[in-house]
Design a protein around this ligand. Structure first.
Ligand code: C5P
Length: 316
């Protein structure tokens, strides 16, 4: 997370994420799924500016960044990036309302969100923005909330938000996550990895994907990938990238198969879907390799294509 501050205002850059590993363990009685995932923050950011106001109103404006990776083709922007709600249905708005209620204050704020992360893509944009909003509100309104209280609010808002709070925004960028995603163990990986990401036309709804999933009889464990991330080769990492949700997502969108195959055909080490899709990513040897793979894929009109690296605060 990068912060720019003045007395009454703060600007936060909220990163996207990739799921390098995602396995389903059980369906819970509350409707959520018990899972194991390894997530890494990547250097594609939304920007959230939070300014305290004198009244008690919350206003949220959203726009796609001009020339953002996601807005490469104007005709395809709506289908590719999804909806941008500005009212109470936006997770950012809900996050600020929740922290305000928790603090018992009546203060207002103007929130300006500039999007570069495509929506409904499994890249965590909305969750990252919500985590940024919690941190911004806490700082600008001088609430002094503990990290554990912020984490509790984050988990109430969505399963991926604690990751962004602990790891994507404030930590080293990579974590092993359990429970419904909200139990976070940071991974001390300092390895720089290079990816190509493609968001096809059309997103997928997380709830729709989970509704169709099946719990495997013999779930894979994340520990092999964790070990490779610490000391294995990039080929080992490539072999161990896994996402159980790609099975139901493939049923909902034939694009997933097309994207993952195209990425390997274009020379990537391996490819997988992120989160509940619809974006897919490819692991590459280095930044130059990623640029070459991306260039080949761009000519195939598969969707919005961009390169990214994993990132954490110690690198910024
Ligand atoms: O927590 P979040 O709002 O991201 O979840 C969206 C939907 O995805 C949930 O309503 C639930 O249907 C599904 N989900 C799940 N198990 C998880 C995370 C999400 O079933 N661990």
């Amino acid at each position: 997370m990068f912060l720019k501050r003045s007395a009454e205002s703060i600007t936060v850059h909220s990163p996207a994420k990739l799921n390098l590993f995602l396995e389903l363990l059980a369906k819970r009685s509350d409707g959520f799924h018990e899972l194991e995932t390894i997530m890494t923050a990547i250097d594609v950011f939304d920007t959230l500016r939070f300014t305290a106001t004198d009244d008690a109103q919350l206003t949220l404006s959203c726009q796609f960044a001009p020339g953002a990776v996601a807005a490469a083709n104007r005709d395809e922007v709506d289908a590719t990036l999804g909806d941008l709600p500005t009212g109470p249905t936006n997770l950012v708005y809900r996050a600020v309302e929740l922290i305000r209620k928790e603090a018992g204050i009546e203060r207002g704020a103007k929130i300006e969100l500039t999007k570069r992360i495509p929506a409904a893509s499994g890249l965590g944009g909305a969750s990252s923005d919500a985590a940024a909003a919690l941190v911004a509100a806490d700082i600008v309104w001088k609430l002094g909330m503990s990290r554990s209280k912020l984490a509790e609010l984050a988990a109430q808002l969505g399963s991926d938000i604690p990751f962004f709070l602990h790891t994507g925004l404030l930590g080293n960028g990579m974590a092993h996550c359990q429970g419904r995603g909200e139990i976070i163990t940071p991974l001390p990986s300092m390895r720089r990895m290079h990816f190509v990401v493609i968001r096809p036309l059309g997103g997928l709804s997380t709830a729709d994907v989970f509704r169709r999933c099946t719990i495997p009889a013999s779930p894979l464990a994340a520990r092999d990938l964790s070990a490779s991330l610490q000391s294995g080769s990039i080929a080992d990492i490539g072999q161990r990238i896994h996402n159980r949700l790609s099975e139901p997502s493939r049923e909902l969108s034939p694009e997933i198969d097309r994207l993952t195959k195209s990425m390997v055909q274009a020379g990537a080490i391996s490819s997988q879907m992120s989160g509940s899709g619809s974006a897919c990513f490819a692991l590459c040897h280095d930044a130059r390799h990623a640029r070459n793979v991306a260039a080949k894929l761009k000519s195939r009109r598969l969707g919005v294509v961009f390169t990214a690296s994993n990132c954490g605060v110690q690198w910024n």
